[in-house]
Design a protein around this ligand. Structure first.
Ligand code: CMX
Length: 141
């Protein structure tokens, strides 16, 4: 299905700053950066953890899916993200295999990636994000 690597673990937090106190200041992960993903109504902090990353997700409003998640289950692990080569082709294959896309298909995600989610009812209750980085320029400097 074109999986490239394990991209990140998404963790829902009520405030990025308190998440950073644990993951950056106590656990010592390197902060790569923070950004607002307005399309998904979240503020995100990415921290490098070896070959993968921890993504802290803070809701920007009560309408955010992450706010609803926290209200229902409390802060904690929200999703795992797998990086794929070609998100449209991967989704096509997985849907043909009986999995369902939730949230309406690929949307802009963190770091300019395109991201889509698989419905947890088909994945043993785990929200799986598939993400694809922006195509790299073929022109080499
Ligand atoms: N873990 C497990 N189950 C979850 C879940 C989660 N994190 N989030 C939702 N669900 C469940 C719901 O409980 C619901 O189950 P039931 O049908 O049994 O009630 C089902 O999945 C569908 O959820 P919904 O909220 O009714 O469906 P929506 O279409 O409104 O939204 C989803 C679904 C997953 C896309 C949305 O909740 C979500 O999490 N969006 C992504 C936000 C996000 O993390 N953005 C990241 C941006 C940064 C990046 O690139 O990583």
């Amino acid at each position: 299905v074109g999986l490239r690597s394990f991209s990140h673990i998404g963790i829902a937090v009520t405030a990025i700053e308190s998440g950073l106190r644990l993951y950056r200041d106590v656990l010592g992960l390197e902060l790569e950066g923070t950004e607002e993903v307005s399309e998904q109504k979240v503020r995100v902090a990415m921290l490098r953890a070896g070959t993968t990353r921890v993504e802290l997700l803070e809701p920007l409003s009560d309408e955010s899916a992450v706010a609803k998640f926290i209200a229902k289950r409390g802060p904690g692990i929200h999703h795992i993200a797998l990086e794929v080569e070609d998100i449209d082709r991967t989704l096509e294959t997985l849907v043909a295999d009986g999995l369902e896309v939730v949230g309406g298909g690929p949307k802009p995600g963190a770091g300019g990636a395109r991201a889509a989610f698989l419905h947890p009812k088909g994945t043993g209750g785990v929200l799986i994000e598939l993400c694809a980085r922006k195509a790299r320029s073929r022109i080499t400097p």
